[in-house]
Design a protein. Sequence first.
Length: 173
Amino acid sequence: MSAIVTTLHVIACIFLITVVLLQRGKGAQVGAVFGGGGGATMFGSRGAGNFLTKLTTGAATVFMLTSLSLSYLGILGQDERLFEAGVEQPAVAEESLFEEIGTVPAEAGTAAEEAADDSGAALEAATDEAGALIEEAAAGAGAALDEATTGVEAAADEAAEALGGSEAPSETP
């Protein structure tokens, strides 16, 4: 099937090139108006334009269809896919690499698990310490706010006494 489509594709390519080269350019029409050899062409001065345009369209369509068919047939013929799920690397190649270096770790898997456990414990300790620091900062901010509120109320009382002797309301809105 692939050989038939490839042959048809090559024929379409050659035919498309030939049809395009047979067509006249846009500038050639001005010379044909003044008797520049337009009557000596195979199809006459204007007769080839429509016919060659249709041939070009047909050849281009066949070319595109055979191109798509060849790419689809090429994909079907492959055993490997670019984005195939579940691709695993062979463990033998990794072991042979360690043997070439001269050091084969006996407990490589356990060392990785221990490192993961240690990093998890360190992360948990850092999270606990950060939480304690945040609680301490919040308590300090609350105490500072209480002091500021008390200071503002005292200043309001003093200002009220200085103005007229009347007491300011003890609660602020």
